[in-house]
Structure formats: C-alpha cells, structure tokens
Design a protein around this ligand. Sequence first.
Ligand SMILES: Cc1cc2nc3c(=O)[nH]c(=O)nc-3n(C[C@H](O)[C@H](O)[C@H](O)COP(=O)(O)O)c2cc1C
Ligand code: SF4
Length: 557
Amino acid sequence: MTMQERRPRDRGPKGRVLDDAALAEVRELLGGRERRRDLLIEFLHLIQDRYGCLSAAHLRALAEEMRLAQAEVYEVATFYDHFDVVKEGEGRPAPLTIRVCDSISCMLAGAEHLLGDLAAEVDPRTIRVMRAPCIGRCATAPAARIGDREVDHATGRGLLHMAREGDTEVVVPDYAGLDAYRAAGGYRLLQKVRDGALATDAIIEIMEHAGLRGLGGAGFPAGKKWGFVRSYPGPRLMSINGDEGEPGTFKDRIYLESDPHRTFEGALIAAHAVEAERIYFYMRDEYPAVLAILRAEIAALEAAGIVQPGFIELRRGAGAYICGEESAMLESIEGKRGMPRHRPPYIAEVGLFGRPTLNHNVETLWWIRDIVEKGPEWFAAQGKPGHQGIRSWSVSGRVKEPGVKLAPAGVTVRELIEDYCGGMADGHEFKAYLPGGASGGILPASMGDMELDFGGELAKQGAFVGSHAVVVLSQADNIRDVTLNLMKFFKHESCGKCTPCREGTEKLVTLLREEGAPNETAMRDLETVMRDSSICGLGQAAPNPVNHLLTHFRDDL
Ligand SMILES: Cc1cc2nc3c(=O)[nH]c(=O)nc-3n(C[C@H](O)[C@H](O)[C@H](O)COP(=O)(O)O)c2cc1C
Ligand code: SF4
C-alpha cells in the first residue's frame, strides 16, 4: 500500500476536509517561495499575519508542505511569544492586541496602573491586553503597542481612543534614506574598500587602534573578531544582531529609525573584510517601524546595485529575548527554537549553517564609517582617561531628560544624570542605578562616581555595563520590588534548556514574592549555582540584582 492510499483513512474524513482547505491556504500564502527549513519562522509569520493566529490545521498543513514533522513545527511555533498557537476547539485571540510593556522603566512610569485601567475598560472579545517584556521605548515610558502602532507615554484613554479610530497601523518616522545618505558622502568608503584602495588588513588595524568594542553587551574587540573569523576557512557568513531585548536598551532602534545606512555601510565593509557570502539581519519583531525601514532600504540597496539581490537577508524575530544571545540568534535564523549552543566551538569557527560567522550588534557597525573617515585617534580619544571611545548610553528612569546620550566610555552615572539628562526628575533623589539593563546588577548611589566601562571597578562589584542601558532609581523605588520585576523578566525569558536557569529564575521569583524577610540562604545558594552552571549569559547574569539587593539594599528587604 502506498503512502498516498493510506493517508485519508489515517486522518479521518473531518480532518481531511479541514486539512485540504488549510493546505490550500498555506500554499497560496507561501506562493513561489522556496520551502527551505530555515524559513520556517518567516512562514509562521506569514500565517499569523494573515489569519491572526496559528491554528492546528495550518500548522499541520505547513508541516506537510515543508516536509517537516508536525512536532518540529509545533515546538518552534510555541517557543516564540508573538505566535498565537490555537489548538482544535480553542477560541481565536481577539482581533486587536494591545501589548503593554511591564519591564523596569515602564514599571517605574506606571505600567501597572495602565494595565489596570485597560483591564477595567476593554471588551476582551474585541481587544486582547497583554503584558510585554521591554519594547525599547524606555525614555518615553510607559510604552505600549496597539496592533502595529508603537505608542509613547501611553494612557488607557489614549489607547482606547486609538482602538476606536482604527489607529493601529505602523508609523514610520522620518529617516535618512539611501539618496540622502549618499548625498552626504555615504557608500564612498565602501567603494574604496571594494576597489582595494583601502586594504582589509588596514581596516582591521584601524578598528583595533580605535578600540572599537562590541556594543551588544560583551565588549569583544571588533578588529580582533574579524581576524578570528578570517582565520577559518570559507565560505563565511555574517549576521547583524538587532534583537535589542535587554530591558532599558533602545539605542539600536534610535539609530535604525534615523540613519539606517550607516549600519548597512559598516556591515558591508565588515562583510567584505571577512569575505562573507551573505548577511543575515536579525531584527526583533517588537520594532515594526524598523522592520519597515529595513525592508525598504534593503530593496533600495538592491535597486541601486550596491548589493546583489538576496545578499542581505532580513529575518524577523518573534518575541524572545534569548534570541539576542548570538548562538540562539543563529538557531533562530536557521528556523529553530532560539536556544543557545554549547561552546566551544564559537560561532567565529562554527556558526550559521555550520559556517564561520561574523556577528555584530547594530551600533558596533554604525561606528565603522566614522572611525575610518575621522580616524581611530578621533574615536579613541573621546573616552575618559584610561578608557577608549564614545558610547551610546540609553538612559531612562527618574531623570529629567531620558534618551540616548552620546558620552565617553568611563563616564559616571552622576555625570550622566547631571551633565546629560538635566538632573533628577522633580521630587526624586538619586538612590540607585542599573548600569547595564536587567543583567548588569543594581548599585547604590554611593557608587555613583564609578567609571562605567567593560570590566574594571564594575566587574569587581559583580556588575557590568553590557548594552549601556542605565536606569536611574530614586527614593520612590523599593529595590526588592525592582529586583522582583527584573527576575520576573528573566523567568519569562529563560529558554528552559538548562536546569539552573530554568528552575533558578522561577525559585528566585517565588522567594522574592514571599511575605516578610526573604530566605537569604536559599537565594545565595541559587545565585551560586546559576552563575556557575548555567549554559549562557542569561542564567549566569540573572542573579546579579539579587546579589546586590542582599548586599547593598538591606533596608528594602
Ligand atoms: C542573554 C543575552 C542577550 C543578548 N542580547 C543581545 C542583543 O539583543 N543584541 C546584541 O547585539 N547582543 C546581544 N547579546 C550579545 C551577543 O551574544 C553578542 O555578544 C553580540 O551580538 C556580538 O556583537 P558585538 O561584538 O558587535 O557586540 C546578548 C547576550 C546574551 C547572553
Ligand atoms: S542559561 Fe537560561 S537562557 Fe541560557 S541556555 Fe540555560 S536555560 Fe536557556
């Protein structure tokens, strides 16, 4: 008996009718696209965008169309927050979704009130209100998203008005497109590099001399990384990390919403240096305006002949902070669950599709043109004594003028507050700060004169600057509440691959929630085991705020 003869009986008549309709719909949606395994997440987006959810019938049809096991499609779809998997017999989500950010800066700005207001007012049959981890609008908190429209300083009344008016489409801000960028000298440097007028070794030397370090969080020297990747036999690939999920971070969004070609030019120079065959640009789904910009500008680059069609492939994340970790991001680009890989081997040697891969953060690439044009000394000299370079600090919380601040490496938080942010917000006194988003720990104001950079004094305090997301706290903020907020974030975002992180984040949330004095012995034990034995940086850094709560903020316990 052939497979074809067996199938109808196995499925049963009802399922067969449903499947056939779903299969036709999936086929129509996918059109002439290649049924490549690595495009699975892109295809899930197509279905979710068209039908508002992923029904069991569509998932089954997609598995069939891609010749994948149903379980494989299901496990990928359910891993990502932005996919709504609806089982047979379950109701579909309401037609409109409002996501309210409940991460730290939005919590300080009243996200809980906003959630309460919405819950009291909306009809859940027409509007679904959801909590969302950081959506990268911390300077204009509380932030929300209604449909594809990103909303600053959100209020319940404002959001409901937008829902009534149908004001739910993406709004793309004004930015420098390809023509404007070229008119200002853009892509001349790339041409020089491609013509051989500037040799690869010379660019690598410039990057090393400038002291450009990876600005996604780890601070690895950029030039050195290019050298490593080049040392492994090709073919090689490149990825751009636009996941920007660390709570408090929004610099990459600001750069891509104003001057995206600066990052593209940097990326094309880096790709040339390591002879990458293709660039995969991984962009988080939380940034619909950036996604629209990238689609338009990649098409413009292709039309202008600056890149071959398909050389830059845009990949859309689906709501998972862990996909910012570079090996998890590569898994996601391959169409899988975003779970970090064990290392070694490092991705410079065995990366995307098993090939040597150069991966960079959006901002790291953004600086390349300026560094080459203005010289490495120009860049390096902008740091404080003993520090190299200028950095983009995403500052939010209790300051008068939050935003992305260009300030030297080695700047102190007190200087950021006073010299760059117009001082503390009215009625607030400086009490504490997060030097590096949720992961970098919480330090007291008494450590406000510490020079902020990778390593150094911060590392001695068990803290780090990471993606340079500084959240300023005041006497109005209880540090145990702040720690609980951060830990809830980690619990939600832990990918579950290893036990110390999966169980540890959960247990720390439970311990922090308990009434009365917390069980410090249990917390310290968890801190040790998570730090020492988690697979990736998420689990290793998650207990940082707990350590600092117990060390520096005993009055708040
Ligand atoms: C849990 C976790 C989340 C991360 N999220 C991001 C991110 O959103 N964006 C980013 O560029 N790097 C992120 N990183 C760092 C990346 O793994 C990697 O170091 C970086 O993309 C390398 O680029 P760079 O050298 O230009 O910084 C994250 C790391 C960890 C452990
Ligand atoms: S540390 Fe956490 S996020 Fe990282 S692999 Fe383990 S479970 Fe996943």
